[in-house]
Design a binder for this molecule. Structure first.
Ligand SMILES: Cc1cc2nc3c(=O)[nH]c(=O)nc-3n(C[C@H](O)[C@H](O)[C@H](O)COP(=O)(O)OP(=O)(O)OC[C@H]3O[C@@H](n4cnc5c(N)ncnc54)[C@H](O)[C@@H]3O)c2cc1C
Length: 387
């Protein structure tokens, strides 16, 4: 039984359901097989880019009219289904389509959008998003140390970035840097191969091993003014991108919990101890019920979030609440799911350990739980408690 206790897919239109089914079919055929092996080998799903292109679900109709118009609800459910099968795949897809393309969509001029987005829809160019630094993570709003200095029609970038997903192979990496002249955060599209831009892959992660993350050194990287995102004038503009992608992580967290629950439920009805399936014991049933309760609460929250987004009424605090709530419930859920497997729960081949480990990254990226709590707390009280 799937982790869709309240039949959430039924709220989609017939056309939307057909699209979702196409994605589910693709995930079952192309992503699920080998997911554990790719995870163990630290392999990104880059080889699937042509197959993903055929799905025609990357980007929006506004980016390129070849993309069918799509609601935030359907987009969210697609992300949820991806994470339900493989959170690394969901992240690989989300970094390109959400963070990379989202930065250009939200902060680029019309000319820049036309220049980059249609080719990104087709995965001819892959995007990445470089905000976090080795010494500045949660405090990026006020503390970025990467600098941008204008010299005529050229900008010179200096600094370091850490954790940047897809950046080892991405064609376009959006680098957020502080303008030395006015101290404001601005966004720059750096093309792979630009002299002075050196991405180095981070190794031996214990979470989302199927995503390549880079430590980037920027040493006098020269970027033309035409590559400065023209509508990114302060961190507020960066935050517009993050509102949507944080909402996306809430959907992914829901999917990650679903994948773990489904594995646990399947195991519980098969595995026998004391002469009967462990799913017949009350304590195991209690774990499964609690998991399902967490998942269903998250599904209800992200669906309402998507409705607000579709009505253009979603605010930062609502997206932050969804991110912190769903990732926290996910973390609890994947731990219970792993527990149902006993010792087998730490073996990759049982299909639960990957979700358990991947949950840690989802919990921490796009703003840790603490940061998102503080965004919500500020909205509740009017007091900013970040420092
Ligand atoms: C797998 C992965 C992929 C990522 N991908 C990207 C990417 O593509 N692009 C990108 O730019 N970044 C990316 N990140 C970075 C991610 O967004 C940061 O890791 C995250 O924002 C936290 O920053 P930090 O790791 O520097 O932790 P820190 O900011 O050092 O925080 C450490 C701890 O201190 C807590 N803390 C900090 N300040 C406060 C406070 N005021 N009050 C209470 N607690 C506080 C935090 O909540 C956390 O628990 C990725 C991270 C991971 C793990």
């Amino acid at each position: 039984m799937e982790a869709d206790f309240f039949h959430i897919r039924d709220v989609l239109t017939a056309d939307e359901r057909a699209t979702l089914e196409r994605v589910r079919d693709f995930l079952d055929r192309e992503v699920r097989p080998g997911a554990n092996e790719r995870w163990a080998a630290e392999e990104s799903p880059l080889h699937l880019r042509d197959r993903i292109r055929e799905l025609n679900i990357t980007g929006t109709y506004a980016d390129d009219p070849s993309v069918a118009p799509r609601s935030y609800l359907l987009t969210g459910m697609i992300g949820m289904e991806m994470a339900r099968v493989d959170p690394s795949f969901a992240t690989f897809f989300g970094v390109h389509g959400g963070l990379g393309m989202g930065s250009i969509r939200e902060c680029g001029s019309d000319e820049q959008k036309e220049r980059w987005l249609p080719s990104m829809v087709r995965w001819e160019r892959i995007g990445a998003f470089g905000l976090t630094e080795p010494l500045v993570g949660s405090g990026t709003a006020g503390g970025l140390t990467t600098t941008a200095r204008r010299e005529g029609d050229t900008w010179v970038l200096n600094g370091e970035k850490k954790w940047i997903g897809n950046a080892t192979f991405a064609d376009l990496v959006v680098i957020w840097a502080r303008d030395e002249a006015d101290n404001q955060v601005k966004g720059f599209v750096v093309e792979q191969g630009t002299p002075g831009f050196t991405p180095e892959r981070l190794r031996q992660k214990i979470s989302l091993r199927g995503v390549h993350n880079a430590h980037i050194v920027l040493d006098d990287v020269r970027v033309p003014e035409e590559n400065r995102l023209q509508r990114a004038n302060s961190f507020r503009d960066t935050a517009r991108v993050l509102k949507t992608t944080r909402g996306g992580v809430a959907w992914s967290a829901t999917g990650c919990a679903m994948g773990a629950y489904e594995a646990a439920r399947a195991y519980a009805v098969e595995r026998e101890q004391f002469g009967r399936p462990i799913g017949g014991f009350q304590l195991v049933q209690d774990l499964l019920s609690r998991m399902l309760g967490n998942i269903t609460a998250c599904q209800a929250m992200v669906m309402r979030m998507a409705e607000l987004h579709d009505q253009d009424k979603l605010n930062d605090a609502q997206a932050a609440l969804a991110k912190m709530f769903c990732t926290t419930r996910m973390r609890e859920t994947v731990a219970w799911a792993r527990e149902v497997f006993g010792g087998n729960g730490i073996l990759l081949e049982y299909d639960v350990a990957r979700f358990f480990a991947d949950a840690e990254a989802l919990y921490s990226y796009e703003g840790t739980r603490d940061m998102n709590s503080l965004i919500v707390g500020r909205a509740c009280t009017g007091f900013s408690a970040f420092v």
